[in-house]
Design a protein around this ligand. Structure first.
Ligand code: SAM
Length: 260
């Protein structure tokens, strides 16, 4: 099948076999996995994954792609399609409904909503064993960035407080039809265990991180002025004169815990 890719759905279909193989190898699907693919498109990853795992649940928004996916899957394995916007799919409920403790999620994500999808997955991290995503390289660089780096920011802190972030390899525009304007990268995300996760209120952490990076050039005492004063920042063992980009993810957790 070769439908005209739709820009509005962020469709860039992967066609380069060597990259498809590398992604599937990185995922290493096993027959007892509960695999979920976000945005199967024409099935570049779907069918190799289905061959390896025997069954797969795919979430696709574009109605036009569904008949081909269903028809081609028939001889390969058990493909269950959820025709929906992935942002509306409750991964925790999906795992519970199928009696599995944790899902394995993969996808060559639609780039226009990659950050909302990442934050959505983080909200359901306890129900997810791992994620393998193709994203814009620039987004993966931001996710994996360390304090002090120019691209360290809200995405780095929020992702690293929820998951281990492992960038795997880059993929050039020519591997897709049509080629995107940017380079891409594949990343593995492994949600932290309950023991590894922080115990601060997630909403408070998010509020602090958002405010701190909204004005990243300012000192923390300035950027967080609406939320806490310099003495409270010191209580968290953080220098009020420091800038957000120099703080480690756990510094934000301590700040959230001292939030009045
Ligand atoms: N996996 C295919 C591949 O690698 O060739 C297609 C990847 S393409 C970059 C992104 C896919 O996500 C498209 O099939 C698109 O229709 C689908 N998509 C876009 N927005 C979506 C949404 N909100 N929920 C679910 N799928 C979506």
């Amino acid at each position: 099948m070769s439908a005209r890719p739709k820009k509005s759905f962020g469709q860039h279909f992967l066609h380069e076999r060597s990259y498809i193989e590398r992604i599937v190898k990185s995922i290493s699907p096993r027959p007892d996995d509960f695999l979920v693919e976000i945005g199967p498109g024409e099935g570049a990853l779907t069918f190799p994954l289905l061959t390896a795992a025997g069954k797969l649940t795919a979430i696709e928004l574009d109605t036009d792609l569904l008949p081909h996916l269903q028809a081609k899957a028939a001889g390969i394995g058990e493909l269950s399609i959820i025709h929906a916007d992935v942002l509306k799919v409750d991964f925790t409920a999906l795992a519970q409904r199928h009696g599995v403790s944790r899902l394995r999620i993969a996808g060559n994500l639609p780039y226009y909503i990659s950050s909302p999808i990442l934050f959505h997955c983080i909200d359901h991290a306890a129900a997810i064993a791992d994620m393998h995503f193709m994203l814009q390289k620039e987004v993966v660089d931001r996710m994996a960035a360390e304090p002090g780096s120019k691209v360290y920011g809200r995405l780095s802190v929020m992702l690293q407080l929820a998951c281990r972030v492992e960038p795997l390899f880059d993929v050039p525009p020519g591997a897709f039809r049509p080629p995107p304007k940017v380079d891409s990268s594949v990343v593995r995300l492994i949600p932290l265990t309950a023991e590894e996760r922080h115990d601060a209120d997630p909403e408070r952490v998010h509020a602090i991180v958002k405010a701190a990076f909204a004005q990243r050039r300012k000192t923390l005492s300035n950027a967080l002025r609406q939320l806490m004063d310099a003495d409270t920042i010191r209580l968290a063992d953080v220098d009020p004169k420091a800038r957000a980009e120099t703080l480690a993810p756990h510094d934000f957790v301590r700040l959230a815990k001292t939030l009045p």
